[in-house]
Design a protein around this ligand. Structure first.
Ligand code: PGA
Length: 254
């Protein structure tokens, strides 16, 4: 069954005490929100805090912690890196893969991301695979072909059984951190396109169960309209996830 999910992406923000108090505040506010197996909340925190945040979310039935990145190998001589096997050992169950900031600033290619996806799945970590076009791609009306390539090269090596454990996040790069949100029509159009690709490759049932999140300046004032689109199954929230009340109001919009 398709799940509705809101993920908070804290990026490289917050000091330890701030991170803990934000997580506690979110947990407390969410006590009044009806979460369930099909309506979950995930906190994607700096890796330093994953251990602690996992302890907190672990006490909540429908809250989870998430890494912002993993290495494509499980272990070995990769100084400074973290891996799926290691985050699993501290209770993390999700990871972002291919966030546009990683693609842009750390030269992550679809080929590398395909390996990260496989490694995450090998440890039962659910990868949240991010895709999205640049503003220039949209101006030139190349946005569908950019997303097609990102999805094909990043995910289509997976078997049907593996693919069932994937989440996709569509994040138009021009909307990330800019205050400019995709309209609900633009979001729905791209989410429906992504789902159509999955139908073609993996069939109706798997495509129907797939959670596709929208990300890019999603906030309390526009979340409801975006989440009402039939193919938008929740959000990947950056800036607004740093304010407990805003984040929880976005969850309420699910
Ligand atoms: P934003 O970031 O909500 O601040 O636009 C979203 C993201 O980068 O995941």
């Amino acid at each position: 069954m398709r799940k509705k999910i809101v993920v908070g992406n804290w990026k490289m923000n917050l000091l330890k005490t701030q991170a803990e108090s934000l997580a506690n505040e979110v947990v407390n506010l969410l006590r009044h929100v009806d979460l369930s197996e099909t309506k979950k909340v995930i906190l994607s925190t700096p890796s330093l805090y994953l251990n602690k945040i996992s302890e907190l979310t672990g006490k909540e039935k429908f809250m989870f912690s998430c890494s912002q990145n993993i290495h494509h190998e499980n272990s070995g001589a990769y100084t400074g890196e973290i891996s799926a096997e290691r985050i699993k050992s501290v209770g993390v169950s999700y990871t972002l893969v291919g966030h546009s900031e990683r693609r842009a600033y750390f030269d992550e290619t679809n080929e590398l991301l395909a390996k990260k996806i496989t490694t995450a799945l090998s440890q039962n970590i659910v990868p949240i695979y991010c895709c999205g076009e640049q503003l220039e791609d949209r101006r030139l009306e190349n946005h569908f072909s950019v997303i097609l390539t990102q999805i094909e090269e990043g995910l289509f090596h997976l078997s049907s059984d593996e693919f069932k454990n994937i989440i996709i996040a569509y994040e138009p790069v021009w909307a990330i951190g800019t205050g400019e949100t995709a309209t609900s029509d633009q979001a729905q159009e791209m989410h429906a396109f992504i789902r159509s690709l999955i139908i073609e490759k993996y069939g109706n049932d798997i495509a129907d169960d797939l959670t596709i999140l929208y990300g890019g300046s999603c906030k309390p004032s526009n979340a409801e309209e975006l989440f009402t689109c039939p193919d938008v199954d929740g959000g990947l929230i950056g800036g607004a996830s740093l304010i407990a009340e805003d984040f929880v109001n976005i969850v309420k919009a699910l």
